[in-house]
Write a protein that binds this ligand. Sequence first.
Ligand code: NAD
Length: 491
Amino acid sequence: MDRIHPDAVNVRSGHYIGGAYIDDQAAMEVRRPSDGKAYAGLPVADEAMVDRAVQDAWNAFKTSDWAQRAPRERARVMRRWAELIEADAANLAPLETVGSTRPIRDALAWDVPFTAEGIRFFAEFADKHGGDVAATRTDTLGMTIAEPYGVIGAIAPWNFPLVMASWKIAPALAAGNAVVLKPSELTPFSVLRLAELAVQAGMPPGIFNVVQGDGAVTGDALVRHPKIAKVTFTGSTRTGTAIMAACAHSGTKPVTLELGGKSPQVVFGDAPDLDRTARTIAGAIAGNAGQVCVAGSRLIVQRGAADRLVSGIVAAFAALKAGHTWEGDTTLPPIIRASDALRIDGIVQRTVAAGASLVCGGRLLQVAGEGGYYEPTLLAGVHGEMEAVHDEIFGPVLTLQVFDDEEEALALADHPSYGLAAGVHTADLGRALRCVRRIEAGTVWVNRYGRSNDFVIPTGGYKRSGLGKDLGRQAFEANLRFKSVLIDFAG
Ligand code: NAD
């Protein structure tokens, strides 16, 4: 599929509760990031609608056999679900593409299959875990048994709508929980199709529900609902902080938080292949137009390698093609909203006014329609207190800092509050491992930048970048609680 026609994509709005669409009065307009056109209305679930979804989920958790059935049965349903998602790619990918910043080619090649495979990955855990038998007196049996929480509230961001949602819901469901998901109000529709397909695959109605709305009304009501036993959230640090406080006030609920970042890419002069490294670095900040939590937004390079690296990055930026997500050759997608493109430009211009210099970029781009696009930008002459170096921009803006030795590189790599990811490029194994140990981040990549298809490697932040993990065994276990049992059989 090389290009799609955006107006031909069939969009179904509404909530999805108890295995059926629930129509509700549209309270917001949803716009296509590519051209700014309003293409559907969105209801905002109020407290009563959120209550209905959570109660339905609770009833399904209690009365369907989802939690009680043999775990392999749950796994089988989830595997079938993954197959249906893959088979539905011709519907699902355009739905994702029209409403988000994901180009059609990427949605087909990555977002949809990666969503399906993530569901399979967690399905495999369903019967491959257990509790513990404790070392007690021989006339007692002490053990811990793993149990689902009940109903989990999941809140997702807009930057990879299907994939981010799947990382929240798949481990929760595989562990036997019911889920109520609130997608971002900016990208709300593709997950509805996921919910439909789950029921088609054999998941009991009510086990996976979607409520639509904004954060202040719907998200807050979901987090605070007394029957939500745990919250799993991906989004900004600011929202994550508010959600953590709401969880504390509404029942000391456990919470998993995947938050923002300002990740460094550290390049030593002996990096194995500087030209390839330059392409990696450019891709790590320009992919999805920089709207990636782990975007490598701070380049920290050893003096002797700086010139060659910079020319490689500038060339890689220049080769990108800005365009609508529905065009087959788009490699630089839009910024989620035109107002966010202006926000990004404001940060760049203020940083230049504070003394930084533009190596390339620094302009809003014109693409037909009212969407917001931003030129991949490299800012030099910066220091750690400048806005573009300090704040998460969530756009294709890279800052450049130069160092002379390892100690200085590590000092520059450290961010006062974020610790999501980092990249280290060097051919020296000892140096790579020293950096891995000393960089305070939840993920460190060496001689690469970005995730692989190894779902088993967890992802999550240090410092204010988060709490807990998505992916990996850890994400599955975070959806279970453990009961201690002591049995006295002395007679
Ligand atoms: P956001 O925090 O604005 O919104 C995220 C979600 O939270 C949305 O669904 C929103 O409606 C909801 N929300 C907002 N206020 C709420 C409240 N008070 N209570 C409950 N829900 C509320 O984030 P965003 O703009 O959608 O996403 C971008 C951010 O997400 C960036 O900071 C990015 O780094 C982060 N992110 C992190 C990861 C990760 O794995 N660490 C992955 C993707 C995105």
